[in-house]
Design a protein around this ligand. Structure first.
Ligand SMILES: *Cc1c(COP(=O)(O)O)cnc(C)c1O
Length: 383
C-alpha cells in the first residue's frame, strides 16, 4: 500500500468543535433537546427556511418528508439515476416508485426538459439533486411542479451554502434535505435536516421523527413534563442527538469560512487545469454561489488514459480520489426492479464513465492542489 499523503477528504474539526461536544457530555442531557432546537433555529436563519427539522441523516429527512406527504404504493417520484442510492431508496421505502430521467450534459443535474414527459397521473413529487452543490434549474422545476400540482423535495445533501439566483438552498423547493454526514461540507458525524416553509409539513415530520408520539421526549422528561403521551400514528426513530447538534452548531458558525476555503481550492484547480486537453472541468453558473462540496472532473472520451488509469495513477502517487456516481440502474437492487437497462440514460452513463472526484476540503493547501494537478497530468500523459 502506498502511503496516502493527500486524502480525498479530511474532516475539518477544531478545538471549539470538541469543546462544544464536551459541554453537552458534561451537561448530562445527551439526546434531543436544547442543542437540537438551537441548531434548527440557526439553520432556519442560514437557509431562509422558516421551519427546520434536524434529524439523524439526509436519508431520514427525505424519507420523513415523503412519508409526511403520504406517498405510497401507486405513487411515482421523478429523480435521476446520477445520485447516491439514498435518494431513491427512500422512495422505495414509502412503497412509491422511482421514475428516473436523465441529467444535463452541462452539470449532471436533472434535465428539466425530460421531467415533463415523465409525468403521469401517478406522479406526486419531483426529487432533484444538486450535484456537488451546483443548483439544479429550480425556476424551471418549480414551474413544472406548479403546473402539474406536484411537490418538490430537493436532495440538498451537497448544497448547504448553495445560493441560487440570490436565494439560499433551503428556500427554493417545497422542502430541502441537507446532510451532515462525516464527509459533507459541515458535519455532525451523522445528521441531516429538512428545511421547509410549510409549517404543517414540519409538524408532521416532527411527529414521524419520534415514533408518531404526541409529545417529544424532552417534553416528557423535562421540567413540567408529564408521563402521558399518545401514539397518533406509526412513526420512525430518526431524531438527532444534542451531542451531534452541538457539533453542528459549531460547524455552522464556520461554514462561510469553509466555503471560502473550498472556493479557493476550486479556483486553483480550475486555473491549473484549464488548458489540459484530456479533461473536462466542472461547469457552473456564475449567477449562483457554488459551495464546492466536491470537485468533479471528467477524463475526456478518447484521451490517452482511461478514468481507471487516472485513479490508479493518483493512488500510486498517494492521492485519494472518489467517483460520483455509479448510476443507480447499474446496481443489482435496481436491476432486479426490471425497469431500466444500461443505455437508458446516456448522459448519466457518459458522466460516470469519465468521472474522477479530486481531493477537496478547506485545509487543502495551494501547494497540495498543485501537486494533485501535476500528478494528474503525469497520469494522463504517462510522463
Ligand atoms: C451523502 C448523500 C446523501 C445521504 O446523506 P446521509 O446524511 O448520509 O443520509 C443523499 N444524497 C446524496 C446526493 C448524498 O451525497
Amino acid at each position: 500500500m502506498v502511503e496516502q499523503r493527500i486524502p480525498f477528504v479530511k474532516v475539518e474539526l477544531d478545538e471549539a468543535d470538541i469543546a462544544a461536544v464536551e459541554r453537552v457530555l458534561r451537561s448530562g442531557w445527551l439526546t434531543t433537546a436544547s442543542q437540537v432546537k438551537a441548531l434548527e433555529a440557526e439553520l432556519a436563519a442560514y437557509t431562509g427556511a422558516p421551519y427546520v427539522n434536524a434529524v439523524n441523516s439526509a436519508t431520514a429527512a427525505m424519507h420523513l418528508c415523503l412519508a409526511a406527504w403520504d406517498l405510497g404504493p401507486g405513487d411515482e417520484v421523478i429523480t435521476t439515476p446520477y445520485t447516491f442510492t439514498a435518494t431513491a431508496n427512500v422512495i422505495v421505502h414509502t412503497g412509491a416508485s422511482p421514475v428516473l430521467v436523465d441529467v444535463r450534459e452541462s452539470d449532471a443535474n436533472i434535465d428539466p426538459e425530460l421531467i415533463e414527459q415523465a409525468i403521469t397521473p401517478n406522479t406526486k413529487v419531483i426529487l432533484p439533486v444538486h450535484i456537488s452543490g451546483e443548483p439544479c434549474d429550480m425556476d424551471a422545476i418549480m414551474d413544472i411542479a406548479r403546473r402539474h400540482g406536484l411537490k418538490v423535495l430537493e436532495d440538498a445533501a451537497h448544497a448547504i451554502g448553495t445560493i441560487y439566483r440570490g436565494r439560499p438552498c433551503g428556500s427554493l423547493g417545497d422542502a430541502a434535505a441537507f446532510s451532515f454526514y462525516a464527509n459533507k461540507t459541515m458535519t455532525t458525524g451523522e445528521g441531516g435536516a429538512l428545511a421547509t416553509a410549510d409549517e404543517g409539513l414540519s409538524t408532521r415530520v416532527r411527529k414521524l421523527t419520534l415514533h408518531g408520539m404526541s409529545k417529544d421526549a424532552y417534553n416528557r422528561y423535562g421540567a413540567g413534563g408529564t408521563w402521558r403521551y399518545d401514539i397518533e400514528e406509526f412513526g420512525f426513530k430518526d431524531n438527532l442527538t444534542d451531542i451531534a447538534a452541538a457539533l453542528g452548531r459549531s460547524q455552522l458558525a464556520r461554514l462561510e469560512q469553509f466555503i471560502e476555503d473550498r472556493t479557493r481550492v476550486a479556483q486553483r484547480y480550475i486555473a491549473n487545469l484549464r488548458d489540459e486537453p484530456d479533461i473536462l472541468l466542472p461547469l457552473f453558473s456564475e449567477e449562483n454561489r457554488h459551495p464546492w462540496h466536491i470537485f468533479m472532473i471528467r477524463v475526456r472520451e478518447g484521451a490517452q488514459a482511461s478514468r481507471d488509469d487516472v485513479i490508479a495513477g493518483l493512488t500510486e502517487r498517494g492521492i485519494g480520489t472518489s467517483v460520483h456516481f455509479i448510476p443507480l440502474h447499474y446496481h443489482t437492487a435496481y436491476k432486479k426492479l426490471g425497469r431500466w437497462q444500461e443505455g437508458d440514460f446516456p448522459v448519466a452513463e457518459r458522466f460516470f464513465a469519465g468521472e474522477v472526484t479530486l481531493p477537496m476540503y478547506p485545509g487543502l493547501t495551494n501547494a497540495e492542489v498543485d501537486e494533485v494537478c501535476q500528478a494528474l497530468r503525469e497520469t494522463l500523459h504517462g510522463t
